[in-house]
Design a protein around this ligand. Structure first.
Ligand SMILES: *Cc1c(COP(=O)(O)O)cnc(C)c1O
Length: 452
């Protein structure tokens, strides 16, 4: 199978090519050239393990990677998850389930994609004989998950910039207490925006970027979207048959990457009744779904920081389908969004999507309520999804992070906070971080000295 760009001005790429470049050369995002109908295969997938299901699913798309390579690669990717079923589906009551996506090495759902992506990068290094230096800026979860996806891998190094003093202490420990020589956590004296600007400038220096085989870690890689389809499929297959066609997935949403993967699976024929976009106070998508207008605003910090976004970068993929695969129209809309920061959708498809938004006060109240009602502790991101569940549907709430990652918010809501052995272990390990000024040249020099 080949992959095309949402902006229509890129030659079709193979899976490996699309994964290697990340962003399409025309500035668009990669999508499969056609969506397969997977319904004939659902029956035979019924009893597969998570890794087996993932191998089967990825095999449909990664046709340039032999199954005898993909199978072990997927096995390795999920070998470090601490729950035997990888993505357990917990039943809270007859029409409420939680899909726990926090049993990976960094206790957030991003591990599902980034563990796999790390192994795909490694396979690519082996094939091409070239090294790869992954570079990114983070305000928390993505950096930690990227680091743990590449931890100790030969011929790779990972450089993650984060704003000194502005990520949570536990998140910082996840990035800085790894003990791996190929991991470089860089605390810059500046804001997250400074970190992002530096990364953008470094990639803008094509000569430097080529010379050091730099690759970006971000939320738009094709492999991330496809890897995330798998847990929706796995959850759907675990539901009792009578409930499957009633299901609505409720997804704590920031960049629209997670929920888009679920929607895409639905487009491949899996009968899913709906998707609910759950946002925190940064409600750009909630406003879109209620008013039809997409309008960017300023980012507001919240108790669910991994959803503090202004631009939902994966939204362009959905837009492509919403605009009937008209790449020219996508370019037009994206250009308008860039210049005016707003776009009004006529006839937006509201049959599949609904939405909700939760303020910080509501997040705290919801954590308390869910604990009282179900004796179940949700993290602040997952709490947004419990804002209001549709009683006429079977809700599957995606739990995107383990509550132990956010002890202060949980303590404020229920008076104590759960511990997790992985996080406790980090507390006894030495912190290794590099403090640099928010300066492009300083960061470049650092990379130059340590790139592989
Ligand atoms: C990244 C993240 C999200 C948002 O996911 P998107 O794919 O950006 O919509 C939600 N919750 C947690 C815990 C995250 O780390």
């Amino acid at each position: 199978m080949k992959f095309i760009s949402t902006r229509g001005q890129t030659e079709p790429h193979t899976f490996s090519q699309a994964v290697a470049v990340g962003l399409a050369p025309d500035g668009g995002l990669f999508l499969p050239e056609r969506l397969p109908d997977i319904t004939p295969r659902l029956k035979s997938w019924q009893n597969l393990s998570y890794a087996q299901l993932c191998t089967e699913f990825m095999g449909i798309f990664a046709t340039d990677i032999p199954e005898e390579v993909m199978g072990p690669l997927v096995q390795r990717s999920y070998a470090h998850f601490t729950h035997p079923s990888i993505a357990p589906l917990q039943k809270l009551d007859d029409h409420t389930y939680v899909l726990e996506l926090f049993h990976g090495p960094t206790l957030a759902f991003k591990d599902f994609a980034l563990q796999l992506l790390g192994n795909l990068y490694e396979a690519q290094c082996k094939r091409s004989g070239q090294s790869i230096n992954v570079l990114g800026a983070t305000s928390g979860d993505t950096g930690a998950a990227a680091i743990h996806g590449l931890l100790g891998k030969p011929s790779t190094a990972v450089f993650i910039l984060y704003p000194e003093g502005r990520v949570s202490p536990l998140q910082e420990r996840q990035m800085t207490c790894t003990g791996a020589g190929n991991v470089h956590a860089i605390a810059i004296d500046g804001s997250f925006d400074d970190a992002q600007r530096i990364i953008k400038n470094i990639f803008g220096d094509h000569e430097f970027s080529r010379q050091h085989h730099l690759s970006a870690v971000n939320s738009i890689n094709l492999a991330r979207v496809l890897a995330q389809c798998v847990y929706y499929l796995y959850a759907w297959l675990q539901l009792p048959e009578a409930k499957r066609s009633q299901v609505e997935f409720v997804v704590p949403t920031g960049n629209f990457g997670n929920i888009f993967a679920g929607w895409l699976l639905g487009e491949m024929g899996v009968p899913i009744l709906g998707f609910k976009v759950a946002t925190n106070r940064n409600d750009i998508l909630h406003r879109l779904l209620t008013t039809g207008e997409y309008r960017m605003g300023a980012v507001q910090p919240s108790l669910a920081p991994s959803m503090d976004i202004q631009v939902a970068s994966n939204f362009e993929r959905f837009l492509y389908y919403e605009l009937n695969c008209d790449a020219e129209k996508v370019r037009e809309v994206m250009a308008q969004l860039k210049t005016t920061g707003t776009y009004r959708f006529e006839n937006f498809d509201k049959s599949t999507f609904s939405s909700s938004c939760a303020t910080d006060a509501e997040i705290t109240a919801i954590i308390h309520r869910v604990h009282q009602h179900y004796n179940y502790v949700v993290d602040p991101h997952t709490a947004c999804a419990f804002k209001e569940l549709n009683p006429d549907r079977v809700s599957v709430v995606l739990a995107t992070a383990h509550p132990a990652k956010f002890p202060d918010a949980i303590h404020a809501a229920i008076g104590h906070s759960p511990l997790h052995p992985l996080l406790e272990m980090l507390k006894s390990r030495p912190v290794v971080k590099h403090r640099l000024p928010a300066d492009e040249l300083a960061v470049k020099l650092f990379i130059k000295q340590r790139a592989v």
